[in-house]
Design a protein around this ligand. Structure first.
Ligand SMILES: [Zn+2]
Length: 473
């Protein structure tokens, strides 16, 4: 384990071992930028002249090469009346481009790989996992679709139907409706409160021209973070990145006005959503707070350790009493997620052991939270949490998809690759005082939104499941 050496192990080197780059056109070969090498993941990172940020992580024993292209754009960036556009564009990116014979999905599948993507309110990310010998052609296919979106009107109409079907299938579940209402209750009419998939009215009005304009605005090279992780050498990957990505034109990165909007301050009304497809009721308390430097690693590490001490394992502050020693819940979770507008969403969720006694669970949860607030997390608890987390992190270091997603997530919030390399050291350095200070902010007085997801009224009286007798280890 090299974690102890963290902090002073970055060096800036110029990669000299690359073969001269040969371009299709007779253009002057781009100059290889300076590369930063990190010691946790052994990543090499550099920024192309067009602004694209590139991270290469060689993993010798991986069977594949994983590529993740992350764009700093999501549903928050849609204009009013165009909700669902970011996700619709994500779908269109898999259709044949102007010059391509097959869509990207078919090309990757023919290469024996897999390809997928996701859209959130802040980000759109595309990934491919391919055998090493197919790395180059997949990269080339990506360069093609970054440059040119499909202009096939009928194909685009078919894809819009696919998106609408996806909305119907997802939106049908009560849990999905609950989540949608929850976001709207927390964020009001701010972009974060809109469903990523879009409203029916907006979806009906989306056109290929909308998607092409959105693509032209947001899909420039300078808005992309590319992570390549897997069975690849740095010189080989860097050379191919230079060949296919460096020639993409630079483009200005658009402003994202929603990042500066003040957080909503309204008091919340309790939210109750019922549905026939809800098996187990759940109780959720959630809130939105502004947290100093929430996107900085030191703040994130303190929040992480505090959250894990509260409900990260069987022996944590909420899980032990509520699920094990005097059980009233089948499970409890505590999460705190930082967002790009500086907000932190804190959520506590639990499901009752006795399906008919949600208020009993609610009361006990309040009592245990009071204890958490008043009885500080000890040094021993903090050390245990950190040890467990760092061991889990160590285990994902040779998994290309996990590594790529870790660096991509950092790119989204503007953290340089060096921060990801240094992250284990930052977590290791969190003190009990820092964790407790974080926890006091997370649980500070202020409005919480009480939400319940319940089975349909007069649902069958179900026998409570047996309490868990076993003590956590
Ligand atoms: Zn979709």
């Amino acid at each position: 384990m090299t974690l102890g050496r963290m902090g002073a192990c970055f060096s800036v080197v110029t990669l000299l071992s690359c073969a001269p780059v040969v371009l299709d056109q007779a253009v002057k070969a781009p100059v290889m930028p300076e590369m930063t090498v990190g010691a946790t993941y052994n990543s090499s990172s550099f920024t192309l002249e067009n602004g694209m940020e590139v991270v290469i992580v060689p993993i010798a024993n991986a069977p594949i090469v994983h590529m993740q292209f992350t764009y700093r754009v999501g549903s928050n960036d849609e204009e009013p009346g165009k909700s669902g556009l970011a996700h619709y564009l994500e779908h269109l990116m898999f259709r044949a481009g102007e010059k391509a014979n097959a869509g990207h999905l078919e090309q990757v599948a023919q290469a024996g790989g897999s390809s997928n993507a996701y859209t959130s309110n802040e980000v759109t990310s595309y990934f491919n996992a391919v055998p090493p010998e197919k790395f180059e052609e997949t990269l080339k296919s990506e360069a093609q679709r970054i440059r040119a979106l499909t202009n096939d009107e009928s194909g685009a109409a078919v894809e819009l139907d696919v998106v609408k079907r996806e909305k119907t299938q997802r939106g049908d579940s009560t849990a999905a409706k609950f989540y949608e209402k929850l976001l709207a209750a927390i964020w009001g009419d701010r972009p974060n409160g809109r469903p990523v998939i879009g409203t029916d009215a907006d979806l009906n009005g989306l056109t290929l021209a909308d998607a092409r304009a959105f693509h032209a605005k947001w899909y420039g090279a300078s808005n992309i973070g590319l992570v390549i992780a897997g069975k690849i050498t740095v010189p080989q990957a860097a050379e191919l990145v230079m060949r296919y990505m460096a020639p993409l034109p630079a483009s200005p990165v658009p402003k994202r006005p929603w990042r500066k909007l003040p957080l909503p301050t309204a008091k919340f009304e309790p939210l109750v959503v019922r549905g026939p497809d809800v098996g187990t009721p759940s109780l959720l308390r959630t809130r939105l707070i502004s947290y100093p430097d929430v996107l900085k690693p030191t703040a994130q590490a303190a929040i992480l350790v505090a959250s894990q001490a509260v409900a990260g394992s069987a022996d944590s502050r909420l899980s032990r009493p509520l699920v094990y020693t005097d059980p009233v819940a089948t499970g409890v979770s505590f999460s705190a997620r930082g967002q790009m507008n500086g907000a932190l969403t804190v959520s506590i969720a639990a499901s009752p052991l006795d399906l008919n006694d949600l208020s009993g669970l609610d009361k006990r949860l309040s009592t245990e939270l009071d204890t958490v607030r008043t009885k500080p997390i000890t040094d021993a608890e903090v050390e245990k949490v950190k040890k467990r987390y760092l061991a889990a992190l160590e285990q994902m270091r040779d998994k290309p998809a996990s590594v790529a997603s870790t660096f991509s997530n950092a790119f989204v919030i503007g953290q340089p690759p060096a921060d990801t390399e240094n992250w284990p050291a930052v977590v290791k350095a969190v003190s009990a005082k820092q964790a407790n200070d974080a926890l006091q902010i997370l649980l500070s007085p202020g409005p919480w939104l009480d939400a319940r997801l319940l089975p349909r009224e007069s649902a069958r009286k179900t026998e409570p499941s047996k309490p868990k007798k076993s003590e956590p280890k």
